[in-house]
Design a protein around this ligand. Structure first.
Ligand SMILES: *Cc1c(COP(=O)(O)O)cnc(C)c1O
Length: 385
């Protein structure tokens, strides 16, 4: 039967110890999770500023629901584009310094919107090897040639650009890489984009709200001027911004083009207006969030210092993603399991998600963590090491 294949494939996944299991959380997103009645300190979420359960956002969402109801009822180009969506696009443009922004339902859909709208058959996309899955899928969907360069390797990228005779070229990169927490060399990438007349698409899922002056993101971190017509910026709104959704920011021209042509924008229902209302408040909290960001940096410093005497080290990451490199797959799983037993929830990441021999714990810090939460993690890690 046609489903036998699925059964045996699932069996293989299970046998290879690669079967994923969901855990159902019995508490709102925050540093304290409850799973099967067991309380846990969670280091898993991307709620970097602790906004997902913030009282101001909850109040804005409730007021938004009262004023606007729950659903948008249609796609943006039909009748699903409401005042809160427009106000949010304007606010995000003002905040990031770009001429205009476009709101999408998720970061995944935003990436699927951008790449196929800008390149197609006969064009070329130059992608960092460690880019997020959604960018990899976006390149495939575009049907453009995919050229991948070694992680952060500007020299290799330049060689690929120099020998390309593609009509249109697009460089695409995560700004903050999700498994290492390190930054893409954005100024160098922009220089190459200028020199070879390419677009530069920057996915700032983990930088928006966290990095740069006022949390404006990775471009601000590098003091890159948003007023550059070849720059297309994607920020997500389900991580540091604490809600859900994403936006693309760019010149008037490129945003108008996406609005006219991007299929994952056009053929989907507009996100809930109450989420847009919550996000209007979220942008204010991000802008005024220096204390949260300073606290986050202190927590990372505390974790780093606590592990110096152990055989496990953190990668040099300036972000909320702090990977502890264990090395061996089995050991990484064992350590994550032992932490879980002791009430500390940290995901173990293994190849092929990360290179062989670099299995790791991926500690995600949040401004909602206290130094006691991090101290608890450090104590148990020291014991286990
Ligand atoms: C999370 C993430 C996305 C997807 O964003 P969603 O809003 O969760 O769909 C895209 N790119 C990167 C680098 C991410 O980490």
């Amino acid at each position: 039967m046609i489903w036998d294949e699925l059964e045996s494939a699932l069996g293989e996944i299970d046998a290879a110890e690669l079967k994923r299991r969901r855990r159902t959380l019995e508490a709102p997103c925050g540093p304290l999770a409850v799973v099967d009645g067991k309380p846990l300190i969670s280091f898993c979420s991307n709620d970097y500023l602790g906004l997902a359960n913030d009282p101001a956002l909850i109040a804005a969402a409730c007021a938004g629901a009262q004023a606007w109801g729950v659903g948008s009822g249609a796609s943006h180009l039909v009748s699903g584009h409401q005042s809160p969506h427009q106000a949010l696009e304007d606010k995000l443009a003002q905040f990031t310094g770009f001429a205009r922004t476009l709101l999408l339902s998720t970061g995944y859909m935003a990436n699927l919107a951008i790449v196929p709208a800008l390149v197609g058959r006969g064009d070329a996309v130059f992608a960092d090897k460690l880019n997020h899955a959604s960018l990899i899928d976006a390149v495939q969907l575009s049907r453009a040639n995919s050229e991948r360069y070694a992680h952060g390797d500007l020299a290799m990228l330049e060689r690929l650009l120099a020998k390309s005779c593609a009509k249109r070229k697009l460089i695409v990169t995560d700004a903050v890489f999700s498994m290492d927490g390190d930054l893409a060399p954005l100024p160098g990438l922009l220089e190459l984009a200028e020199h070879y007349d390419a677009w530069l698409v920057v996915d700032d899922a983990h930088g928006f709200g966290v990095l740069g002056q006022g949390g404006r993101g990775s471009l601000a971190h590098f003091a890159i001027d948003a007023n550059n017509p070849r720059l297309v910026y994607m920020g997500t709104l389900g991580k540091a911004a604490g809600a859900s959704g994403a936006f693309v920011a760019g010149s008037q021209l490129v945003i108008e083009w996406l609005l006219q042509r991007a299929r994952t924008y056009i053929f989907t229902t507009g996100s809930s207006p109450l989420i847009a209302c919550a996000l209007l408040s979220s942008v204010d909290l991000i802008a005024a969030g220096e204390a949260r960001r300073a606290h986050l940096r202190e927590l990372a410093g505390q974790l780093r210092e606590g592990l110096t005497a152990t055989r496990w080290q953190l990668l040099p990451s300036p972000t909320a993603i702090q990977p502890v490199i264990i090395g061996d797959n089995h050991e990484a799983l064992q350590v994550a399991g032992a932490l879980y037993e002791r009430g500390l929830w940290v995901p173990a990441i293994r190849p092929p998600t990360v290179p062989k021999g670099t299995a790791r714990l991926r500690v995600s810090l949040s401004a909602a963590h206290t130094s006691e939460h991090v101290a608890a993690l450090v104590t148990v890690l020291q014991e286990l090491a």
